[in-house]
Ligand binder design. Structure first.
Ligand code: NAD
Length: 481
């Protein structure tokens, strides 16, 4: 008797070759400050657990220099005609496209995200944000209704997280520069490399000195930025906890703020939904980027009559998710970004089991013996009051719950301190509109999930923050009137 063939993929690794210097300094006033005398910290590859390079931890004196450079540059940059600023942004976008492979490999090595995602999502979106905002530079008079001559806000402090390192930098820098502001940007301590590579690109594009300054470091450096008197606006993306600390620190200062914080977003599946399409949306919603997505669809709410079918199909689909080397083009799920975050995810898995939910761990291959890997997982029999249903895990873990009526679905969906995004799956247009209107979420996707465009505003309500990034709404955050 012939044995059934075992169908598997051959690995298709992207070359890991990309230039990484042994040590990086800070990019201030258009120059690299070596920071040789200062403190350094390692940036670690989450797949191999090996150090990629050493990065400088910016001190108070260096933060001073960065804000002074941004203030000096503001005078000229804010008066540069929009059509000229647009040429710089356009050039940056083109250069990002030209160096896309290098940026994608660097991003995957530094953050652990699968190359399929960094190559096909992150980097194209980065270029799109610069292209989109290049187009706005000479049209700002149309950005704010009734304001014919909007002005830049001034010097912007920008602090970003590690889940979409270069994309978050683009979300911050592109609109700020388009509106004539200057910036001091700090990437997250575990993923500084693509922001530092972007500094090289800005230099290549001859962006005037001091318009963008990139400082690296951890929470201490972030705190020093927040306490610095040299900025007019702060734009923060990160955890709700740190966002609140920044709000407290800025409470008595006349600075503008944008806060893009955490989430616990619902993905709602009605019985009349195209179920197979919804399964893809569920997978995309929670296992994209190892679930380390602020707007991840981490709570799945399914109408009771199709719960069994949906759970069975999710399990079947999950069993085909390939966990492994992020540079392999077949990989769906790479390692978690850091050991700290991996341990946090594992802690939530234990809490879920202890509180009585049923854990299903999936993924095809055996986990590599090195790297901060964690299997994609989902929980069934989850009580709405359970910790895993309420708190942001920021990992590949889905909590599945059911509902009987649209009202109950809405009640459960809105029963969260967060309000970032939501997905609604049904084939009835009128139901989509009715539900979307009542959801307390900044973004609602209908029969889709995690769909992004530079022209479309993104942002949250409640503990997910305030302010919008992207589109015309995003420009408002960087203009005064
Ligand atoms: P984090 O808040 O720990 O860190 C974010 C950034 O803030 C990092 O650069 C960090 O160095 C810096 N930082 C830390 N403590 C600081 C302090 N006291 N003062 C100033 N800066 C400080 O968040 P994280 O763990 O890097 O990212 C995960 C969080 O980010 C999740 O909660 C996620 O939901 C959120 N996030 C939100 C969005 C959004 O658009 N809403 C997007 C991505 C991530």
């Amino acid at each position: 008797m012939t044995q059934a063939p075992v169908w598997d993929y051959s690995s298709a690794p992207e070359s890991a070759k990309v230039e990484i210097r042994p040590r990086y300094g800070l990019f201030i006033d258009g120059r690299w400050m070596d920071g040789r005398a200062g403190k350094h910290f390692p940036s670690v590859d989450p797949t191999s657990e090996q150090q990629l390079c050493q990065v400088t931890e910016a001190t108070g004196a260096e933060i001073d220099k960065a804000f002074e450079a941004a203030r000096r540059a503001l005078r000229r940059w804010s008066r540069t005609p929009g059509r000229e600023r647009g040429k710089f942004l356009f050039r940056i976008a083109r250069r990002i496209q030209e160096r896309a492979r290098e940026l994608a490999v660097l991003e995957s090595r530094d953050s652990g995200k699968p190359i399929r995602e960094s190559r096909d999502f992150d980097i194209p979106q980065v270029a799109q944000h610069f292209f989109h905002h290049a187009g706005w530079c000479d049209k700002l008079r149309y950005a704010l209704p009734g304001v014919s001559d909007p002005r830049p806000v001034g010097v912007c402090a920008q602090i970003i997280p590690w889940n979409f390192p270069l994309l978050m930098a683009a979300w911050k820098l592109a609109p700020a520069l388009a509106c004539g502001n200057t910036c001091v940007l700090k990437p997250a301590e575990t993923t500084p490399l693509t922001a530092l590579r972007l500094a090289e690109i800005l230099d290549e594009c001859e962006l005037p000195r001091g318009v963008v300054n990139i400082v690296t470091g951890g929470p201490e450096t972030g705190r020093a930025m927040v306490e610095h008197p040299g900025f007019d606006k702060i734009a923060f993306t990160g955890s709700t906890e740190v966002g609140k600390a920044i709000l407290r620190a800025c409470a008595e200062r006349p600075v503008r703020l944008t806060m893009e914080l955490g989430g616990k977003s619902p993905n709602i599946v009605f019985a009349d939904a195209p179920i197979d399409q919804a399964i893809e949306g569920i997978v995309e919603g929670i296992w994209f980027n190892q679930g380390q997505v602020c707007c991840a669809g981490s709570r799945l709410l399914v109408e009771e009559s199709v719960l069994g079918e949906v759970v069975a199909k999710v399990r079947l689909r999950m069993e085909r998710l390939r966990v492994g080397d992020p540079l392999d083009k077949n990989t769906d799920v790479g390692p978690i970004n850091s050991a700290v975050q991996r341990d946090r995810v594992k802690r939530y898995l234990r809490i879920g089991v202890d509180e009585g939910a049923t854990l299903h761990e999936c993924g095809t291959s055996a986990l590599p013996d090195r790297g901060y890997f964690c299997r994609p997982a989902f929980f069934t029999e989850v009580q709405p009051s359970a910790t895993i249903a309420r708190e942001e895990i920021f990992g590949p873990v889905l909590a599945v719950m059911s509902f009987r009526t649209p009202d109950e679905a809405l009640l459960r969906a809105n029963n969260t301190p967060y309000g970032l995004s939501a997905g609604v799956w049904t084939n009835k247009g009128s139901k989509i509109l009715e539900i979307a209107r009542s959801l307390k979420a900044g973004v609602v996707w209908c029969n889709g999930f995690n769909l992004f465009d530079a022209a479309s505003p993104f942002g949250g309500f409640k503990e997910s923050g305030f302010g919008r990034e992207g589109g015309r709404h995003g420009l408002r955050e960087y203009l005064s009137h």
